[in-house]
Structure formats: C-alpha cells, structure tokens
Design a binder for this molecule. Structure first.
Ligand SMILES: Cc1cc2nc3c(=O)[nH]c(=O)nc-3n(C[C@H](O)[C@H](O)[C@H](O)COP(=O)(O)OP(=O)(O)OC[C@H]3O[C@@H](n4cnc5c(N)ncnc54)[C@H](O)[C@@H]3O)c2cc1C
Ligand code: SF4
Ligand code: SF4
Length: 478
C-alpha cells in the first residue's frame, strides 16, 4: 500500500443527500469485498490496540479487521459475533468509539472499523447460532428488553442460567426501535435475536414492572436475581405555554410512530416543522420529519451555538446536506395558536459563564423575541426514567443518568438481589448488561458457595472466552 493511500479512508458508499431526503432507506451502503479488504489493509494491527480498548464491550475489532484483510470473511463474521450479540444493529448505529481510539486518526482518517464490521457480516456467514451453557436450573429475571437487558440475558444464558425477560411494550429493542430506518433497516434487530433462539431465554412481552409485577414479587416467585434495565422512556417536557396543542410531538413517540408506518403522521403536505433540541435525537427527529415534509420545511432550534451542539457531526452535516435548517442561539418561549399551532416564539441567547461542571450557561438577551411560523413542533430535549409503581425501597440512583441505577458498586440496589443499570448508547447499554450479568453471577455464586463463571465460548467451544489474543505484532507491513 502506497504512502498516499495509507492515510486515506476507502470511501464509504452513500446515497446522494437530495435523493435520500425523500426516503426512509439506508443512507450508507456496504463496502464490496474488494473495498473492505483495501480498507482493512490500512490497519497497522497495533501491538496495543487502542481501538479495542476504546470499545465499551472490548469487541476484538483488530482481529476481524485482520481477517478481512486476509479475505477471510466467514472467520471475520464469527469473530465479530463472538463478543457482540447485537452486531447487526451496531455495525450501522454504533457511535464507533473505537475509531476515536484508532491511531490512524492521528495521522489521517481512522480505520472505518464500524463499517468493516458490516462488511464482515454482509460478506461472511453470519447466520450462526449461540450455544447455551450446561443448564444450572437457576432462573434470573430481566426487566426491560432494550440492549442492556438483551445483553444481560445473553451473558447469563451462555453461563447456563434460565432467563426470563419482561418487556412492557409488545416488542423488544427499547430505544433501538426509535432509530430511523435510514440508519437501521427493519429486521436488523431480528437478525441478531435469531442467533439466540437456542438459548434458555423466555421473552415475555406487554408486561410492565410497577403494574403487572415488581422486582420483589419476581424474587418471591423464585428468581434468584433481577436486573432492572428499563432505560429512560418518559419524554422530558419543555414546560412552556402551548405545549399541549395538537401538532406538538415529543421526539421518542414521534420516531417510534415513524418507524411503525410514517404515512399520514404529519397529515397533509407542506408542513413547516420546528424541532427543539440539539442532540442526536433532535437530529433524528428533524431528518425524519424532512422525509415527511417539503424540502426546506424543517428547522432545528437550539439554545446554544453549533460548537456546543451535542449531536454528532455526521448527523448535523448529514441533516444539513439533506436540507434541514439550523437556527442557533434561540430559546423557546411559547407555542402560539388556539386549535392548531401557528408559530413558535423564541428569544435570542448568548453564552454565559461556565456552570459547576464547566459547561457554558446561556443568557437570554432582553427584548429579543421573534416568531418562527410553523404548524408542527417536535420537542427533543431529553428523557427521564419511568419508575412509577416501582417500590421506593429500591432507592435508584438517578443523579448521574436518566436511567435507574443501583447505588452499590456492583449496581445492586438496596433490595438484595435486585440490580439496575442502563447506558447512553446501544454499546454502552450492552456493556452495562455485561457488567450486571457478571455481578449477578458473582452474587449467586456467593450465595450458593461456588466461584463465579467466566463467559463460556458463545459457540460452544471448550475454552472460556477471553479478551482478544495477546497483543501480537503487525500481520502485514507497508
Ligand atoms: C431516537 C434515538 C436514536 C438513538 N440512536 C442511537 C444510535 O444511533 N446509536 C446508539 O448507539 N444509540 C442510539 N440511541 C441511544 C440508545 O438507543 C440507548 O442508549 C439504549 O437503547 C439504552 O438501552 P437500555 O437498554 O438501557 O434502555 P432502553 O433501550 O430504553 O430499553 C429499556 C426497555 O425497558 C422497557 N421498560 C421500561 N419500563 C419498563 C417497565 N416498568 N417494565 C418492563 N419494561 C420496561 C422499555 O419499553 C424498553 O424496551 C438512540 C436513542 C434514541 C431515543
Ligand atoms: S461495537 Fe462500536 S465501539 Fe465497539 S468496535 Fe464496534 S463500532 Fe467500535
Ligand atoms: S490501526 Fe488498526 S489496530 Fe491500530 S488502533 Fe487503528 S484499527 Fe486498531
């Protein structure tokens, strides 16, 4: 590989922004085999792979990249699935923390680690089945069928536990179900779940903790431990006048409805939509609304500037290229209208001194009100946990994150045998599921007088699964 190509990424094929802005079809297209091999061969196969260390689930990405570089796609797919049961979801949606750790980023563009995961699964054999551990005849309950709950169930079932997952909705996936179809295709999560069909996991849908049962009642039924992984599903309200008007949507239910069948969601055409918020969810809502409205009819209103916006650059740039407008340094004041929305009143803001966490505050500029004409408002300013009906004895920690977390170091709550955690992205939630499963296994081991069990080989091999093989030297040189 020449000096000039080493530091340039093999371009990821994508649909033209103007064309994709009218469709809910995937914006990124897979590498073909040759493109994948070319990109994989840029990898230095570092002796100390910062990419692996930066991945919350320590996915052996260096390993699958090496196999792709050798053209061994079946082996690359198998290695990918060995430590990542939601790989089909993650190869399209992960915020690729590994790429931030990749040393090639210091010299050029990081290796396209996430997109190579997709190449492994698309060109290699990925319809493999996980193998359950020898049955222990001990059951554990998981409350919540999002990525944290699914990962915990997978970890425990591999160790031979019987797991029952209770999910409030009639479907699994949690917030994965709100990720727009231009990122994640319908059926991708099902492909991941299908590999678990031989594991002793019972999925109970439409049953809600706090309504149909409590973690304590599950313990009383004989579950040796309970993992509460209910995420943060209550949309946070703005608290301004007019928020109750028809035509005001909250981002989570809006995005879920779009994925369940967008036709008619925004009603008639020529809608003018304002999205309030500056995170990835706001951008998902704006880019989804754009696909239902007219070009140029969607504006994101954010109370700080572009530099402070928490949304990832891919989302902001992608939205901009598709035709989303951005109005920065504006805070919402009230939504105008009587029976329908006529506009959003905003005030200009400027950055103030940093708060206790070092984040810049915003100051309202006096006499700066202006009205943005619109007939639809989507509120995307965060979520809170829905813990209604759950016993107060659990005493969840809600001070750091919106999702409930156990107060003890191993995430046990104040109720013996009940654990709780979640995560700020799919892969972080999975990492939480792994840590919870380890804590639950250790807890049951403690109470039954045996040693904790390491994760067995998910495909039934004799050796327990460890971290990636020792940090060897590069497999090829430039
Ligand atoms: C619009 C949107 C887009 C996103 N895009 C991405 C992305 O591209 N990449 C990424 O990595 N992350 C993304 N995220 C974040 C990611 O989806 C979440 O961080 C992750 O799903 C959290 O996982 P979790 O299992 O902790 O919680 P959740 O995914 O929220 O799962 C919790 C589950 O518990 C269920 N539940 C709630 N209460 C109860 C109860 N009382 N009883 C029983 N079940 C209950 C819920 O129905 C849900 O299924 C996105 C989030 C949103 C909202
Ligand atoms: S799961 Fe995410 S962070 Fe981990 S290797 Fe894959 S893309 Fe990177
Ligand atoms: S060059 Fe390869 S092994 Fe090194 S950090 Fe990047 S992806 Fe990982």
């Amino acid at each position: 590989m020449g000096e000039s190509t080493r530091y340039q990424r093999t371009p990821i094929p994508e649909v033209d922004p103007k064309e994709r802005a009218t469709k809910f079809e995937e914006e990124l297209l897979p590498y073909d085999r040759d493109q994948a091999v070319l990109e994989a061969r840029r990898c230095l196969q570092c002796a100390m792979p910062f990419c692996v260390q930066a991945c919350p689930i320590t996915q052996d990405c260096r390993g699958y990249i090496r196999l792709i570089g050798e053209g061994r796609f079946d082996d690359a797919a198998r290695l990918t699935l060995l430590d990542n049961p939601l790989a089909t979801v993650l190869c399209k949606t992960c915020y690729h923390y590994c790429e931030d750790g990749c040393v090639m980023g210091d010299r050029g563009v990081p290796i396209a680690i996430r997109h190579l995961k997709r190449a492994a699964l698309e060109h290699g054999r990925s319809d493999l089945l996980y193998v359950p551990g020898a049955p222990r005849h001990q059951r554990v309950a998981v409350v919540g069928g999002g990525p944290a709950g699914i990962m915990c169930a997978w970890e425990l079932a591999l160790r031979g536990y019987g797991v029952t997952v209770f999910e409030a909705e009639p479907f699994l996936g949690g917030q994965i179900d709100t990720i727009p179809r231009y990122h994640l295709a319908d059926g991708d999560l099902d492909r991941d779940l299908a590999r678990m069909k031989n594991l002793d996991i019972t999925w109970v849908l439409g049953k809600k903790a706090g309504v149909d049962f409590t973690p304590e009642s599950l313990r009383a039924e004989g579950y040796l431990a309970v993992f509460v992984a209910i995420g943060a599903s209550n949309p946070r309200a703005l608290g301004i006048p007019g928020e109750e008007l028809p035509g005001v949507y909250h981002a989570l239910p809006f995005l879920l409805a779009v994925n369940q069948g967008p036709e008619g969601l925004l009603g008639r055409k020529h809608r003018t939509v304002v999205v309030i918020g500056g995170g990835d969810v706001a951008l998902d809502a704006a880019r989804s609304a754009l696909r239902l409205a007219d070009p140029g009819a969607v504006t994101v209103v954010y109370r700080k500037g572009r530099a402070e916006m928490p949304a990832g650059p891919e989302e902001v740039d992608g939205g901009g290229a598709e035709g989303v407008n951005f109005l920065y340094d504006r805070a919402p004041v009230r939504i105008l209208g009587t029976h329908r929305i006529e506009g959003l009143v905003v005030q200009r803001t400027e950055l103030g001194p940093p708060d206790a966490h070092g984040r810049p505050t915003t100051r309202i500029l006096p006499n700066s009100e202006e009205t943005i004409p619109c007939d639809t408002v989507i509120v995307a300013v965060g979520e809170t946990a829905d813990i209604q009906g759950l016993p107060t004895e659990l005493d969840f920690n809600l001070s750091h994150h919106p999702w409930p977390e156990g107060r003890h170091e191993d995430w046990m709550t104040d109720v013996e045998g009940v654990f709780a955690a979640g995560g700020r992205s799919v892969v972080y939630a999975m990492a939480a599921g792994t840590k919870a499963a380890q804590a639950i296994d250790a807890y049951i081991a403690r109470t039954t007088g045996r040693s904790p069990t390491p994760r067995p080989d998910p495909f039934g091999g004799a050796e327990p699964q460890g971290l990636p093989d020792g940090y060897g030297g590069p497999a090829w040189h430039f």
